[in-house]
Design a binder for this molecule. Sequence first.
Ligand code: CUA
Length: 374
Amino acid sequence: MGIRFARCWRIAAVALAGLIVAGCATGRLDATKPVGPEAREIDGLMRLSGWMAVGVGIFVAAAVATIIVKFRAKPTDDPDDLPPQIHGNRKAELTWTLIPTAMLIFLTVYTLPTVFALAREGTGPTIKVEGQQWWWQFSYDLDEDGHYDIVTANDLVIPTGEEINLELHSNDVIHSFWIPQLNGKRDVVPGRIHDWRIRSDEPGIFYGECVEFCGLSHANMQMRTIALAPRDFERWVQEQLDGQAAAQAAPAEGSPEAAGAALFETHCISCHVVDGTYESAAGGNANLLAGIAPNLTNLMSRTAFAGALFETYRPDGSLNEAELREWVRNAPEMKPARADNQQGMLDFAEVLTDQDLDNLMAYLKTLGSPPVLP
Ligand code: CUA
């Protein structure tokens, strides 16, 4: 009795834990409301196979219930008397072989064209996507001259009504790129380039995540696609280019921004890039040097920072200064990264004074204009 009671409790505890975990979902990653054509195809297949499974489940449950009731042992039955055996019954065996076979063939016929359609190469403009521990970088070669004109992180900004080609690269380990409302998952493998496509015909923000375990902050390797109407997209492009030009102008001497820029050049520049801060290297083209950490040239134009773990702006549109400042002060506290002391942003808590942080924040606020939102 005691054992059975303990077991019930254990099962109840597991069920409760499951409910709590399910309740943690933010609802931002949503594969049930497809927007892109590929996501809609995948959703259709999921629903088809799901409803078939529901049908089979109901049939099996009903059959089991019927058999339990109809063929249960009666008090008058002789306990040594076995029911009629149907081993080798051709009709029964053909039935339970042919029906599942027919169902699987049906599913295959529906699935294969989708599998091939998803693997086809896209026709639209290409954006280079780089996954690394633990954030995503997006590079745009607008005039297709082999030079990346815009390099950004976390926010993948695309125009609506156009198929966008993604060229997926990994700079370290295997990641997986997934924006559920726009397309399925695609592995991002070091040494290989995988093509993927996304398309949205409506403006919006579509959230995504890395879905291949890639180390300590795998769960914190998020990104979002911001689909903008073509005119807004053009505005975003122009503002990015303007931001690059503006970042090259030195802040007024003696200002907090200038003090911040000097601190940036002392502490941040070995990982982060801002256009104009590398005059002597790469012909002043910071994008050639970006890679270890996000290019911050247009930091303020991004909706999120730290692998899209934190919002750059509060719901009322004001800068999320408290978290950004805390991130600059002691990043490992906010996003675990340095178990082996080899990865991620450093802890500057012992290095930067409050005054330094004020100055750095003043400088960071000059980098780029506010985001263009759908
Ligand atoms: Cu990158 Cu998980």
